[in-house]
Design a binder for this molecule. Sequence first.
Ligand SMILES: [Zn+2]
Length: 434
Amino acid sequence: MLAYQKRLQDSQWWPAEQLLEHQLRELARLVAHAWRTVPFHGARLAAAGLEPGRPIDLERWQRLAPLTRRDIQQAGGDLESTAVPAEHGKILTTRSSGSTGTPVTVRGTIFDAVVGKALMLRHCLWHPYDFAAKFASIRRVHGGTYDYPHGLHLDRWGDSATFPFATGPSSILSIGASIAQQAEWLLREDPDYLMTFPSNVRFLAAHCRERGIVFPHLEHVTTFGEVLSAGTREECRRAWDLSVIDVYSAQEVGIVALQCPAHEHYHVQAETMFVEVVDERGEPCRPGQTGRVLVTPLNNYAMPVLRYEIGDWAELDGPCPCGRGLAVLKRILGRERNALLVAPTGERYWPAFGTRKLPELAPIVQHQFVQKSLQRIEARLVTARPLTRREERALRAYILANLPYRFELDFTYFDELPRNDAGKFEDFVCEATG
Ligand SMILES: [Zn+2]
């Protein structure tokens, strides 16, 4: 773990050409592995002319069709390697529904997870963290031990694989707490650092600004799991005069890019992730041009995802003045939720419906929740086949158990879920006023 961190310490200063060379070598190894052991990829790689045992030709690579969430859903086990190298360790499973409302299951390995932890530590080393200070996070966690009013208290920041040295204490609160409860909890906890989702901190900051709530020791806010908007940075400045440090990550692939230590833009984590930004014709974007983000995690040998269309947009920029050779994403656009769930009591909640578990209960292809009134929620579903009454009952019980109030819940079924006026898909929409 520390040896890997030492390598990252060195490689961040490699020139861009050296990093690209490293990436192409890693990519060639991954492609050879995928060709031989992943049924889904074999034919696709052959069609693009990417035979194993040859250096990666980027023009051919760009012919490889991007992998969508729907592809992952439909491919099922065909995307899993039939021969994961033993040195990559045990296979781990991650479920994600993302803000596209399309739940997927992704497999990774222990090695892949360790790489993710190393990147998390890199984030902490890049930014002004005092490891003896107190760290608080508000996120999606399961089990009552994280619930308001107490949350969970630990005597260190996280596991010793991520932080292989002594740290100060940390506390974790489930994001199931209302915005007002989160503010009250933070006042009691009085942390030095806070980590949560961008949309959650935006609503929390607005709540605090309206009521004049400040946290005396809070030094900065770290965000992850969604795309951070300029508006959220601004809201944190206005409410608390604090800056935000963002980690660009997605549950299914891990950390993609980290905010530069010296600027508000991002450095692609090129040692572990091959990131492409392409225009609508699939051609690579030039600096200054915004395009779709495609990511290829270089270390996932359990379920290689090649050119995965993460669902966000980004703008590439030229080299960073900080001197790091890691490519720069000037801004990232996408995935930030823009509404809260409102209970009849007026309390407001970050919308958490337990969506990651839904595919275990019924064959759900896509979901969207619409709050129609203070009492009523509509669950819009696209399903692989009509659900049985029993499945619908199980879904209803599970969703209601995740919600802070006994809402009326209606199910409606669609072939395709509607987008908003701007053509964007939202996994949660609030039409209630109050
Ligand atoms: Zn930089």
